[in-house]
Structures are given as C-alpha cells and as structure tokens.
Write a protein that binds this ligand. Structure first.
Ligand code: AMP
Length: 378
C-alpha cells in the first residue's frame, strides 16, 4: 500500500521507517515547497498535491497546522485519515476546547477572546493568573501570554490586539484565555483507534519540558487509577471525532485528578519511547490504523525514557553503549528538535540509574531535564 503523509519532517520519516517491514511505501508532501519527497532521504519524487493524492491509497498527516484548502482536497479524495475535522480541531484551540466540552472531559476553564470586552470579561470572570494562547499556529508554548496580578494588563492587551490582526491565510485568528492550572506534573496518553472503534492505548508518559519544549518523557508505570481516568477521556475524545489513527492527549495532573491540556491528532513526540519500549511502536500503529490493518499491541515491554536532542548540541558516541539514538538528519538550529535518545531498563529504579549514567556523558545545560527525570523515578 502507498501512504502519503502531509508534512515531511521527522514524524513522516519515522512512519516510513516503521512502515517498510509491512511493505507500506510512505511518501511525504512538503507543504512549503509543494514537492512530493522521500521522507527519509528527502529526495524529490515529484510535485503537486493532486499527483500525490492520485498515487496514494491512504493519506495522513504529521502535523496539524495545514492550510484548510489542502485539507479539503485531501478529504474529498475519501482516503484521508484521521481526516479534515480531526486535523482542523488539533490546529485550532477554539475547536479543540469545543470538542473537549462536547466529549465531557475535564479541561481548564476558558474564554474565547476576539475583542477588548472579551479580554476584560476573562480577567473579571476567570480571574488572575491567566494563560492566553493563540487559537491557531500555537505549538511548543509559542503564541502565549501570561497575565499575573502585577502584569500591565493594558500593555498586554495592546500586544494581543496587534496579534489578532495577523491571521494565517484562509483562517481567523483569536486567543483563548485559560485559568492557570497549578499542576503537579504533565503526562500524556498515546493510543490508536481503528475504523471499527477498537483501541490500543499505551501507558501514560510523564513529560518534562524546558523553555516550552519537551525535554524528557518517561514511561515507567503509573498509578492504575490515573491511567484509567486518562483512558476514559481518550475514548471519549477519540469516539467524539470518530478518530482513525494515533491520537495524543496531553494532561495536567492535579493531585491525581487529570485535566486535558491539549490534543494532537497524530503521532507525538511523547510517544517516541514506544520505538524501544512497546510491543508495537506508535508509528507502526498509526500506519496500521489508517491502512485498515489489525492494530498491534500497545503493551509496554520495559520502562523506557525518551530524551530529546534539541538545537546545537553534542551527543558523544559513548551514549550508544547505553541507549538507542535516533537522528532526524536535520541541520542543528537553536530550539530545533534534531533527534532523540531512547533509554530502557528492567525497572523504574534501574531506569533512574541509567538516566544518571547517560547524564554524565551529556552537558547539563544542553540536557537540563535528565536529573529531574532520574529523581522522578526514585
Ligand atoms: P501548551 O502549548 O498549551 O501545551 O502550553 C505550553 C506549556 O505551558 C504547557 O506544557 C504547560 O507547562 C504550560 N501551560 C499551558 N496551559 C496552562 C494552564 N492553563 N495552566 C498552567 N500552565 C499551563
């Protein structure tokens, strides 16, 4: 079968690598250049979305910030999974919040802001502190403002008002004001759903961010009660979207009670650990779901941690003696994810020790979350 992925980044690359043993041929549509490329070598295979669609048996996406006209052409082909609505929902916090409400899952109180009156109402009704997030094009904490009791509310409004004038082509920008959630930790749940509604759900992953970018994800076992809450919310959201493919849900854990932060209608960075830590990884399960193949087991086979390689950093070859290193063949740039390291062990304690061992080979300022991750396992 031939699968076309919208987007030609590392997620398409890892889908292609996971699909090869199943005789699934994955190509990628680079939305910026309009070229069809090989997801691993980036060799140009052709050009034009129409050609890519005609040649594919199945179409999917590796990111959610895709122009609406591209999504509607793909949808019209009848080959697109998880489909236009799911991708639009993941890329627009307005739609995302409406979905979470419709699915009846716990999420932070919010108000849509399109005018100064909305802004004032959010401050008055939700109260400070507040987090304001752009509805469109927000990722890795970009397009966010924080309002604290001592903030200059008027100056921040001026900045937001200016921002509201800039909308991506074919869309209307707005800002979502959200209550500040005093969370204990951030966790995410990745799972696959097929067209029949069957689910394969991975265990929860605990995520540590640095400057808004995911640094380390740890999948070492969680409280059963917290896992069940997450799974119930996953099912509610995936069913509400009639979702087909891998879906990721990020949560805040507040004293053992989960609250959804956001969803990603795709394979997710916090699921990269599944390449070495699960029976069947998220990339293969996504392809299985969208191609109508049986889903694979999402069982965790061993405690595993994923360490992101971000920016212009060095990773000594000695790390390979302890871990699996996955490079994306990308030019290093500040803040850019260029690879990741998967580290496995036989127990949570041993995984903490392994993180300590690897942290001695890596610079503290380049990998600041290793020690907190190791500590979380003890
Ligand atoms: P997001 O882009 O929504 O994932 O936000 C980026 C980061 O900001 C999250 O990973 C949280 O650490 C933090 N954050 C987002 N929303 C809230 C909130 N409502 N309350 C507290 N922290 C938040």
């Amino acid at each position: 079968m031939k699968v076309l992925v919208l987007g030609a980044g590392q997620l398409a690359r890892m889908m292609a690598l996971a699909g090869a043993p199943l005789n699934l041929t994955v190509s990628a549509y680079d939305v910026r250049s309009g070229n069809l490329v090989h997801p691993v070598t980036l060799e140009v295979l052709g050009s034009g979305l129409e050609n890519g669609i005609a040649d594919a048996d199945v179409i999917t996406a590796e990111f959610e910030h895709i122009a609406p006209d591209v999504l509607s052409v793909c949808q019209a082909s009848g080959k697109f999974y998880p489909g236009e609505e799911a991708i639009l929902t993941g890329g627009d916090r307005r739609k995302e919040k409406a979905l979470l409400d419709k699915a009846g899952v716990n999420n932070a109180r919010y108000q849509v802001i399109e005018s100064k009156a909305d802004y004032d109402a959010a401050v008055a009704t939700i109260g400070l502190p507040l987090i304001l997030k752009s509805a469109l094009d927000g990722y890795d904490g970009k397009g966010q403002w924080r309002l604290k009791p001592d903030s200059d509310l008027e100056a921040i409004w001026q900045d937001i008002n200016q921002f509201l004038q800039t909308s991506p082509q074919g869309s209307r920008q707005c800002v979502i004001a959200e209550e500040f959630v005093p969370f204990d930790r951030e966790v995410s749940l990745i799972g696959a759903r097929n067209a029949q509604g069957d689910l394969e759900i991975y265990p929860l992953t605990e995520n540590i961010h640095t400057n808004g970018i995911l640094s380390v994800s740890v999948a070492a076992g969680d409280d059963d009660q917290v896992q069940s809450q997450a799974e119930a919310m996953f099912k509610a959201v995936a069913d509400a979207l009639n979702y087909v493919g891998v879906l990721a849900i990020e949560f805040f854990d507040v004293g053992g009670k989960l609250m959804v932060n956001e969803i990603a209608p795709r394979v997710h960075n916090s699921g990269h650990w599944t390449q070495q830590g699960a029976e069947v990884c998220q990339f293969e399960n996504h392809l299985r779901a969208v191609c109508g193949l049986p889903l694979g087991s999402a069982k965790r086979v061993r405690p595993t941690a994923m360490i992101n390689i971000v920016g212009e950093v060095t990773v000594p070859i000695a790390v390979m003696a302890h871990a699996h290193v996955h490079w994306y063949d990308k030019e290093p740039r500040p803040g850019r994810k260029i690879g990741h390291i998967n580290l496995c062990a036989d127990s949570a304690g041993a995984l903490g020790d392994a993180l300590d061992t690897v942290s001695m080979l890596l610079a503290d300022d380049e990998f600041p979350a290793l020690k907190p991750a190791a500590d979380s396992l003890r």
